[in-house]
Ligand binder design. Structure first.
Ligand SMILES: NC(=O)c1ccc[n+]([C@@H]2O[C@H](COP(=O)([O-])OP(=O)(O)OC[C@H]3O[C@@H](n4cnc5c(N)ncnc54)[C@H](O)[C@@H]3O)[C@@H](O)[C@H]2O)c1
Length: 267
């Protein structure tokens, strides 16, 4: 039997990048997938690929920063008697600007997606995760996408680092909260290093903006040489870790942080 057979998983930002690899990894393990994303075009393509694994897959166009959209989504789950066993709070954006150049609206957009989105997903899906967790030996599971920038200061984006640091302590706080309330929900997080996605490219571009004489090739190489394993990570490698945290294979883990960074923060 596949380890997530019959489980329902919600992946925010699942249309592309790390989220897409997570959808495919969880589906391969037997889960039904809901993608919640603003990018419908890529989301529908991912749904097609996910369906090849023989599970249910749906796309819902949602901006994770908007509470009314989460309320509509949770109402539709309720109406259709849907259960939720796994929530992956993955949707996130990068800014990559000098703090003096950041406008208040750019700042508010960043925190509304990276922080408010995680708060709202957790708040509105908690009743579903609690209910499903009561029927499962090791409970239901939330996995949050923090970053190495949520563990140490980012050289390129202090405000992104601020949001990811918030996720790091929120995840730990919620593990304590669920434990005290005796809610059968485990909550853990991953801290990726530089991963080859569109956001990974934005990191390389931000390095050039701050070092104008650098070429794109040099910037890319800087990321590689900073990483002890001598390469960038793949979204599949992050997804493998998220699959572990989503499943009963991590049954005694809550409030934990798994670093997937090729050794970047070991230095
Ligand atoms: N790529 C990296 O190097 C890296 C490193 C550390 C952490 N992370 C984190 O991993 C997560 C995924 O990153 P990625 O590299 O796959 O990024 P990506 O830009 O490739 O994909 C992000 C996805 O989130 C969706 N999204 C953005 N704003 C949204 C919103 N308001 N509502 C719903 N969906 C929204 C996008 O449409 C897209 O599908 C993010 O939280 C990111 O901060 C990435």
């Amino acid at each position: 039997m596949r380890i997530l057979s019959g489980k329902n998983a919600i992946v925010t930002g699942g249309s592309k990048g790390i989220g897409k690899s997570v959808c495919l990894a969880l589906a391969q393990a037997g889960a039904n997938i809901f993608i919640l994303d603003t990018n419908k075009k890529e989301g529908l393509k991912t749904i097609k690929e996910v369906s090849c694994h023989g599970n249910e897959a749906s796309f819902v166009e949602i901006n994770v920063a908007k509470e009314d959209e989460w309320i509509n989504f949770s109402n539709s789950l309720e109406k259709n008697n849907k259960t939720v066993d796994i929530l992956i709070n993955n949707a996130g954006v990068w800014l990559g600007k000098e703090i003096t150049d950041v406008t208040i609206s750019e700042y508010q957009k960043l925190i509304s997606i990276n922080l408010t989105g995680v708060f709202l997903g957790t708040k509105h899906l908690m009743p579903f995760l609690k209910k499903a967790g009561e029927k499962s030996e090791f409970g239901s599971s939330i996995v949050n996408l923090s970053s190495v920038a949520g563990l140490v200061g980012s050289q390129l984006d202090p405000l992104y680092s601020m949001t990811k640091g918030g996720i790091t302590t929120f995840t730990k706080s919620m593990a304590i909260y669920f434990g005290k309330k005796k809610y059968p929900i485990r909550i853990n997080q991953v801290h990726p290093g530089i991963i080859e996605t569109d956001m990974g490219k934005q990191v390389a571009e931000a390095r050039i903006n701050q070092n104008p004489n650098m070429s794109l090739k040099e910037s890319h190489l800087t990321g590689i040489t900073q990483t002890p394993l001598g390469r960038l990570g793949t979204s599949q490698e992050v997804a493998n870790t998220i699959l572990f945290l989503s499943s009963d294979n991590s049954s005694f883990m809550t409030g934990s942080s798994l670093v997937v960074d090729g050794g970047l923060t070991a230095q």
